[in-house]
Design a protein around this ligand. Sequence first.
Ligand SMILES: Cc1cc2nc3c(=O)[nH]c(=O)nc-3n(C[C@H](O)[C@H](O)[C@H](O)COP(=O)(O)OP(=O)(O)OC[C@H]3O[C@@H](n4cnc5c(N)ncnc54)[C@H](O)[C@@H]3O)c2cc1C
Length: 380
Amino acid sequence: MLAHDSDLELFRDNFRRFMLDNIEPYYAAWEKAGIMPREVWNQLGENGYLCVDMPEQYGGYGVPTNYSLMLVEEAARAGYGALSTAISVHSEITAPYILHIGTEAQKLQWIPKLVSGEAVGAIGMTEPGAGSDLQAIRSSAILNGDHYVLNGSKTFISNGQHADLVILAAKTDPAARAKGVSLLLVDTHLEGFKKGTNLEKIGMHSQDTSELFYDNVKVPADQLLGAAGQGFAYLMQNLPRERLGIAVTALGAIFGCIDVTVKYVNDRQAFGQAIGKFQNTRFTLAQAKIDALATEAFVRQSIEQYMESKLDVPTAAAVKAYASDVQCKIADNLLQLFGGYGYMTEYPISRFYVDARIQRIYGGTNEIMKEVVARELLGR
Ligand SMILES: Cc1cc2nc3c(=O)[nH]c(=O)nc-3n(C[C@H](O)[C@H](O)[C@H](O)COP(=O)(O)OP(=O)(O)OC[C@H]3O[C@@H](n4cnc5c(N)ncnc54)[C@H](O)[C@@H]3O)c2cc1C
């Protein structure tokens, strides 16, 4: 088992090298294609980069969660926002749900496959009529003997095209509101389960985001995750990890924006000097660094709190909102320093800019994050 910080740094170096060899040469083409190949998941798994904090009895390394989050951070820092999110959904959301709530049989059935990349994980909450207001979900799962009959649809599901397993929220008691919601482990290869088109987005192009449809799908009753009707309670327990993952992606991207901008402003000349010599450039970059350091302190503290089981729901909401707001501000301010070249997809800052925007929306919008924080301050 890896344990010391030097091990983490070694692991980080290895992952950077892996990305240089296996991601960098192809990433631009995947962005154009609007999806990365399915085999990338197998490659990530074979090289030991998926779900690394899962216990060894389920195939993981059993290392602390900061090892897992480092991979999300490094992918974002390298400018692969889509890859960072894909890994985050798989390793930071799907696997932990199963580990925390699943039965022993469910853990043995699914976690080793998520670790190896044999199965790609996704989380299916959002529906066309239910985004921020998740209580409004209409998907239903009605128990009928030894299986649930699943009907309905989801939208905006990350990893949705490649997913083999979706943790899906559905009403096992459609008459009830929140108390009727349960979570199911749904194998996407079951009869009646269909993936819609790969949705076209303004950024994170190679991240497959999909609609999902299910029509009388028979989900074995033993694939109920946790207790029936407890879906919202489980969401509350697991959202801090999801939101922490988003904050970590933001942190990586913030440093990535600074990396590419520092290089550019030292090279680009205007009025007979490098644009890095203009006070505006220097102050903009200095402010970005100051904001990056403040974000880093908050994010690292939140990671430590998570690892000590002390990251509460309002703090996780706060760090998600803060880090993603800073990310968007920095991507915008630093793109400006590239002039027209910043608007060209050939320049990585443009990808940092478009990839940043969704971070304030998914995982709960930043307005909802503020509601969560305000609720703690003021009550309902
Ligand atoms: C690229 C992408 C990937 C995604 N991945 C996933 C995924 O993997 N799984 C998944 O389940 N979902 C996913 N989502 C869905 C995402 O979580 C939702 O889009 C998000 O929660 C917002 O829901 P909505 O789009 O329905 O917006 P709405 O809920 O319709 O919100 C619209 C606006 O109203 C505001 N608003 C709503 N309620 C309130 C309120 N009470 N107070 C103040 N303002 C409010 C919102 O902040 C927002 O500004 C993804 C979305 C995208 C675009």
